[in-house]
Design a protein around this ligand. Structure first.
Ligand code: ADP
Ligand code: MG
Length: 342
């Protein structure tokens, strides 16, 4: 099968900044692909390279197997949905959605009908006559989506499309977007700095740091088997253990990660067995999160561990300042590649 998008060793440099640094990736047709990373890690530049708003300094970009590296945006079969919606304020919602077919000179009856279909698709069937200013943030985002989808692109690029929405609306839109993508079978490239969003929506996630991909994997694999310290911390904030402490706990100098939810708190004198690793520290802080509590435990050597504990009453036995034993299964210590990149 031909990949919908392929980067071959693509770089884009601005002065001293390697915004995109020798990135290679393939996105399959129909895939929901997320680019995840902190601000400044090169995600938007990657989208602009796909759309053709940027040209790489080296490497090549392919769409559906064709080299488009030097093609201008308007000949590429991709559309972009921007974080700020970029709607035309003086046009009605219907006219906004119909923008693509109108500039291509489609007949009025035709573009009106298509635009109404698109508004139905994003559940805004009754909003065609309004102006963008008369809509909520979530509704504007859906108009912007309908305006992209009307062009029937094979690839839709979404740059932090839910960033401006409040939490509840964001969660609703996550579900709607995912359903829409499944139904239409369009390839989505979805940029976000929110690891929860990437994990819950994407088929695969590329984790960016300093213009490079640290790991490209399914959400489950990223979470269960982070490859680097950066990914372990950024995706689900795992504890990263390095140096002497790693040596003391595991018997080897290689760094490893252990998820907060895999750590148990026990009495200091509790006995450990060979299938576990354990260490002793003092409770520095406890944050209540409803279903669970997050404990910060400081070891004598100074490192702080986070442990997430299902909130049963028994945890009330440990007070701030109390001495506790942290324990986790050896299997839950995930070896990390030694290259410390963060
Ligand atoms: P992200 O979308 O992950 O936040 P960007 O791709 O926007 O990251 O930016 C990556 C890096 O490239 C940043 O350091 C940014 O400041 C820089 N950069 C992006 N666009 C330009 C530009 N047009 N001119 C100069 N520097 C840029
Ligand atoms: Mg960006």
């Amino acid at each position: 099968m031909t990949a919908a998008i392929e980067f071959r060793d693509v770089s884009r440099v601005y002065g001293e900044v390697r915004a995109v640094d020798r990135v290679s990736l393939t996105v399959q047709a129909g895939e929901f692909f997320a680019m995840l990373g902190p601000s400044g890690s090169g995600k938007t530049t990657c989208l602009r390279l796909i759309a053709g708003f940027e040209t790489p300094d080296s490497g090549s970009v392919l769409l559906n197997g064709r080299d488009v590296t030097d093609d201008p945006p308007y000949v590429r079969d991709v559309n972009t949905v921007f974080q700020d919606y970029a709607l035309f304020p003086h046009m009605s919602v219907l006219e906004n959605v119909a923008y693509g077919p109108r500039v291509r000179g489609q007949r009025k009856e035709d573009w009106q009908q298509r635009a109404r279909e698109m508004l139905d698709l994003v559940q805004l069937g009754n909003f065609g006559d309004r102006r963008p200013a008369q809509l909520s943030g979530g509704q504007r985002q859906r108009v912007s989506l309908a305006r992209a989808l009307i062009n029937q692109p094979r690839v839709l690029l979404l740059d932090e499309p839910l960033g401006a929405l409040d939490l509840k609306l964001r969660e609703e839109m996550q579900i709607e977007l995912k359903n829409l993508q499944r139904r239409l079978g369009i390839t989505f490239v979805f940029v976000t700095h929110d690891q929860g969003e990437a994990l819950s929506m994407a088929d695969r996630v590329a984790v960016f740091n300093h213009g490079k991909i640290e790991q490209l994997d399914t959400p489950r694999a990223l979470y269960a088997r982070p490859a680097t310290a950066f990914v372990a911390r950024f995706v689900g904030s795992a504890n990263v253990v390095t140096g002497e402490l790693a040596q003391r706990l595991s018997g080897r100098a290689e760094p490893f990660a252990v998820r907060a939810e895999n750590i148990r708190l026990r009495a200091p004198a509790a006995s450990a067995n060979g299938d576990t690793m354990s260490c002793i520290g003092d409770v520095a802080d406890v944050q209540y999160h409803g279903a669970m509590s997050r404990w910060q435990v400081r070891l004598e050597s100074g490192e702080v561990f986070a442990a997430a504990v299902a909130d049963t009453n028994s945890n009330g036995d440990f007070k701030i300042g109390a001495r506790v034993r942290l324990e986790w299964a050896r299997n839950d210590a995930v070896p990390l590649s030694a290259a410390e990149s963060s």
